[in-house]
Design a protein around this ligand. Structure first.
Ligand SMILES: C[S@@+](CC[C@H](N)C(=O)[O-])C[C@H]1O[C@@H](n2cnc3c(N)ncnc32)[C@H](O)[C@@H]1O
Length: 291
């Protein structure tokens, strides 16, 4: 396993619980974003090489491969090429290389190796919200562009942080959950995270000369049938996020204190949910084409 910088900005960690959480939330996020792994505005029959940047456990790539293998089989003479990049290999699958997917280490704040240039029909990114500062998105999009062939697509899904600060009814605004969400979100923004990542990515794509930039927001409040899953998703991500934020802001003096504070926030969340608060928030998808 390769060491990542000791003082890295990424908030969520990479232990086995977090690996399981990323894998579990994948289907939920796909459903929330309209049910398609690849945007319907991209013709899947023209996609032969795919990169997933900040791939984490590679769950999106594995699912895309299974999907394209079944819907658009290519045959052994022209196999599709799949490549996952991440700053760390701690969450890469243990059967790496045996499932037809390639993985390598790369910090997307740095230019990608030339052997990957002009190689991909689709470059995908999902959830860098807790890892990247607002000012860095333009540089990342500039680093991603050379990976694409002409006519290739960038597809990026990420969270709009500020959308989580609203509830479905004003009476819930004073609930402890909203205070907990405010602590998590305002602390991240205070650490220079982008308050509206999808909008920031769309602007970065336009500034980097991409064409046909589309930006769609998928809001949990528009999906009442997913309420139970939204609640489960928010509860699961809050545990590692709260630990990181309470630890980094010095609100907890030691491990015991950290556990107690985290638990008290999580109890507040559960109580608010039991009293009817439905967590709100938006995931945005940005599509852009390289001319
Ligand atoms: C929340 S996870 C998302 C993983 C995956 N995209 C998904 O949707 O399941 C964020 C990932 O970004 C990676 N990451 C953070 N900073 C990075 C950087 N500068 N370059 C490449 N990957 C990075 C982390 O290691 C982590 O795997």
């Amino acid at each position: 396993m390769t060491a990542v910088p000791e003082n890295e900005y990424y908030l969520l960690g990479r232990n086995s619980v977090e690996t399981q959480r990323l894998d579990e939330q994948h289907n939920f996020l796909t459903d929330l974003c309209g049910g398609s792994l690849i945007s319907k505005s991209i013709s899947e029959d023209k996609i032969f090489s795919i990169a997933d940047v900040a791939t984490g456990t590679g769950v999106w790539l594995r699912d895309v491969k299974a999907h394209l293998d079944s819907t658009h089989p290519t045959g052994p003479s022209k196999p599709r090429y799949y490549h996952g990049f991440d700053l760390s290999d701690a969450q890469y699958p243990t059967n790496q290389g045996l499932d037809g997917i390639n993985y390598s280490l790369h910090d997307c704040l740095k230019p990608f190796p030339v052997e990957h240039h002009n190689r991909y029909d689709l470059v995908h990114v999902r959830l860098l919200v807790a890892a990247i500062k607002e000012t860095e998105f333009k540089l990342i999009v500039a680093n991603l562009k050379p990976l694409l062939k002409r006519g290739g697509y960038l597809q990026w899904e990420d969270l709009d942080l500020k959308s989580f600060l609203t509830s479905h009814e004003p009476k819930y605004d004073s609930f402890p959950t909203i205070q907990t969400l405010r602590l998590c979100i305002e602390t991240q923004i205070g650490y220079d995270a982008s308050p509206h990542v999808p909008e920031t990515v769309a602007d970065a794509a336009r500034e980097n000369g991409f064409a046909d930039v589309i930006h769609i927001l998928y809001n949990t409040k528009d999906r009442p049938e997913m309420a139970e899953q939204v609640l489960n998703w928010v509860s699961k991500v809050m545990a590692p996020l709260l630990r990181a934020i309470l630890g980094r802001t010095g609100r907890a003096k030691n491990e015991e204190d950290l556990q107690a504070h985290t638990q008290s926030h999580l109890d507040g969340l559960r109580t608010s949910f039991e009293r009817g608060l439905a967590p709100n928030g938006a995931m945005g998808m940005v599509i852009a084409r390289k001319e």
